[in-house]
Design a protein around this ligand. Structure first.
Ligand SMILES: Cc1cc2nc3c(=O)[nH]c(=O)nc-3n(C[C@H](O)[C@H](O)[C@H](O)COP(=O)(O)OP(=O)(O)OC[C@H]3O[C@@H](n4cnc5c(N)ncnc54)[C@H](O)[C@@H]3O)c2cc1C
Length: 409
């Protein structure tokens, strides 16, 4: 048994956890960040930072981190319907100010932020430590129970922040109610060598039609990242049919240049894996002594590449409310009030973004009359620049966030 002298325990060193731990420690609040993995070389993490996330990083004083790690900014966005190009737009940095969408290596990003945080005496990080449950006294949470190589321990704190992602132990331990927001679907996710036809250009391509959506872009490691979105539960059947038949199906869905590339590198697909997507939100983000943020509070669908960006914005709002309280006091009621204020401030953006994320899968993959009508007409209309300009405001919250999030501490 050990007693920690930390004010805050943050569970999970994903984007939400590392950025909040960094903000608290840099502002004089003692924080211990616990991560069950020993390193960050995990796959299937979101990799695209949007203007909203880049702006959040800049506010945190971490704007330059992106330039110190592998990164690549798509130079164009191309939309294809039934394998024909609908439009191609160049992504000018002028359209995004200083913050053009950028794909980063998420492991390198997390490591870099932790390195910055290590400069603060109030920061402690423990890797290879898995949180198993919560420590409760008189109905209030006072810390966590953990397991690591050295065995089981208990750690005490004034506040536990669950930033432990979509399968959050903290969410479960607090028995937080969850509501789903959208259509679940599956993604076949794999990387392959970069195609020569891109000529080093990092265009992001989206292929819509025939009940699937395929997205391909150059990742920060120089490989082509492919996401093939399929109806939930159909992966087993795909696997049974064998890789070559499955590659054919994808190749028919895309333009001939990418189709040939997929066939040529079909062996890479043996390393593909299935990601089950979820979109949900807890109905309350806190209980006395605990706050959940990031995917633990609201698991984000990959639609619109929102998760990291939203997690960074959660961290800013959490720091705004927690720093003034935790610097002065350990008074329970004030900490509870701060956690409730965080939920109130973050909910409108989450509700708006998750509502938006639910729409494209229904339109692209749904079997409704509306879905079919959409697929038949909208790509044709989007050929016209005037139509795209009219549609642009709808995309604004996805790129820049909904509402102003300012770091105030
Ligand atoms: C296929 C796919 C593509 C995506 N693409 C994008 C994208 O391009 N851009 C984008 O912004 N978002 C994207 N996302 C979403 C994004 O990855 C997540 O929303 C984001 O990582 C959430 O951050 P987080 O810090 O809340 O949680 P996570 O990143 O899940 O981090 C949680 C951390 O907690 C640790 N942990 C879990 N349990 C414990 C425990 N018991 N004890 C200790 N540690 C624990 C985990 O190991 C992990 O490190 C994508 C998601 C998917 C599925």
């Amino acid at each position: 048994m050990s007693r920690s002298d930390t004010k805050v325990i943050v569970v999970g060193a994903g984007p939400a956890g590392v950025s909040l731990a960094y903000l608290l420690a840099s502002r004089g609040v003692s924080v211990t960040l616990l991560e069950r993995h020993r390193d960050f070389s995990r796959e299937f993490r979101g990799e695209v930072l949007l203007p909203s996330g880049l702006e959040a990083l800049q506010q945190m004083g971490l704007g330059d981190v992106v330039t110190t790690i592998p990164h690549i900014a798509p130079t164009a966005f191309e939309l294809y319907a039934n394998a024909h190009q609908v439009f191609r737009i160049r992504l000018h940095s002028e359209s995004f100010g200083a913050h053009a969408p950028t794909a980063v290596s998420q492991p390198a990003f997390l490591k870099a932020v932790i390195e910055r945080a290590r400069a603060f005496p109030h920061f402690r990080v423990e890797l290879g430590v898995t949180v198993r449950g919560l420590l409760r006294t008189d109905g209030r949470v006072e810390g966590v129970t953990v397991r690591s190589q050295i065995g089981s321990q208990t750690l005490h704190s004034d506040l536990v922040v669950g930033a432990d992602g979509r399968n959050s132990v903290i969410r479960r331990a607090c028995d937080l109610d969850v509501r789903k927001h959208g259509l679940d679907f599956d993604i076949v996710w794999f990387k392959m060598p970069p195609p020569a036809f891109l000529g080093g250009q990092s265009a992001l391509r989206a292929y819509v039609g025939r009940g699937h959506l395929l997205i391909a872009y150059l990742a920060a490691d120089g490989l082509l990242q492919v996401a093939w979105i399929i109806t939930k539960g159909t992966y087993g059947e795909l696997r049974r049919r064998g890789i070559s038949e499955w590659v054919e199906e994808m190749a028919h869905h895309v333009t001939p240049d990418l189709g040939v590339h997929l066939r040529t590198h079909s062996r890479s697909l043996t390393d593909s894996f299935l990601l089950s997507t979820v979109s949900d939100r807890v109905t309350s983000w806190s209980v006395p002594g605990v706050l959940v943020i990031g995917d633990a509070a609201h698991t984000m669908s990959p639609v619109g590449a929102q998760g990291i960006n939203i997690a960074l914005r959660d961290a800013i709002v959490a720091a705004n409310h927690l720093v003034p309280v935790l610097r002065q006091t350990s008074a329970r009621d004030r900490i509870v009030a701060a956690t409730q204020a965080i939920e109130r401030e973050r909910t409108p953006e989450l509700a708006r973004i998750q509502r938006f994320q639910a729409i494209p899968p229904r339109l692209v993959m749904g079997h409704t009359f509306w879905g079919a009508a959409f697929r038949a007409t909208v790509p044709r209309l989007l050929r016209f620049e005037a139509v795209r300009e009219r549609a642009a405001p709808v995309m604004r919250p996805i790129l820049f966030g909904h509402g102003d999030v300012r770091l105030q501490v």
